[in-house]
Ligand binder design. Structure first.
Ligand SMILES: N[C@@H](CCC(=O)N[C@@H](CS)C(=O)NCC(=O)O)C(=O)O
Length: 219
């Protein structure tokens, strides 16, 4: 059987989230870089696979899938069914999904609202409103983590991996966790327990350097 292929670009938070799932499931996968800064995602052979031309995308023996959180759940279901990374119990799974949707619909868009204009639209400032929106999301996460080691309870799930990829990007851009002790403790715990933590962190740092080099003011 052909190996799993992950089309990946390290600065991209969604792409790093999928890679973290690969690493935490210890899957044998070929990682193929799609350099977005060189517009490689627009190459015809990639668009043939994914008409939305985004990373991450996987090729699992001819099954093509994109959207990082869909990839995360598919990888657990298809390669490690029963793993606590994506529990099968309906309420436990629903909570993981809620956190994944929170990342997709709240946290990541607020990070992107700062990064994308700085990277691609010549924006040199972060508005107070955008900063406030990021810290509001931190406040929500602080509450999600009350009485929990991980976002969904006492075990790490794909929600933690997805959130880690988004959060590390904005932390390296300069957002502070100091007013969010639960979140800070969780972030430090990730450094200990998440496989591929360093790899994710290096991608997040590189991304943040690109963003902050275009910004005149600090986060
Ligand atoms: N919701 C998607 C977002 C994917 C996404 O926006 N990827 C960006 C990089 S962060 C991309 O590939 N952009 C290139 C393009 O759209 O042409 C996911 O979670 O996978």
């Amino acid at each position: 059987m052909a190996p799993l292929i992950l089309y990946h670009f390290a600065p991209s938070a969604p792409s790093r989230a999928a890679l973290l799932v690969v690493r935490n499931l210890e899957l044998d996968a070929e990682i193929k870089e799609v350099n977005l800064f060189a517009k490689e995602q627009l190459a015809q052979e990639f668009v043939n696979i994914n008409p939305q031309h985004c990373v991450p995308t996987i090729d699992d023996n001819g099954f093509y899938l994109w959207e990082s959180r869909a990839i995360a759940s598919y990888l657990v279901d298809s390669k490690a069914s029963g793993s606590s990374l994506y529990p099968t119990n309906p309420t436990e799974r629903a909570l993981v999904n809620q956190r994944l949707y929170f990342d997709a619909g709240t946290l990541y868009p607020r990070v992107r609202a700062i990064a994308f204009p700085a990277l691609f639209l010549g924006e040199t400032k972060i508005s107070d409103e955008k900063r406030k929106q990021v810290y509001e999301a931190f406040g929500f996460m602080e509450k999600f983590l009350t009485g929990r080691k991980w976002f969904c309870g006492d075990k790490m799930t794909i929600a933690d991996l997805s959130i880690l990829a988004s959060l590390s990007s904005i932390v390296h851009i300069g957002a502070s966790l100091n007013d969010y002790p639960n979140l800070k403790t969780w972030y430090n715990q990730c450094a200990i327990d998440v496989k591929g933590y360093e790899e994710n962190d290096a991608g997040a740092k590189y991304f943040a350097q690109k963003v902050t080099s275009n910004l005149h003011d600090k986060f």
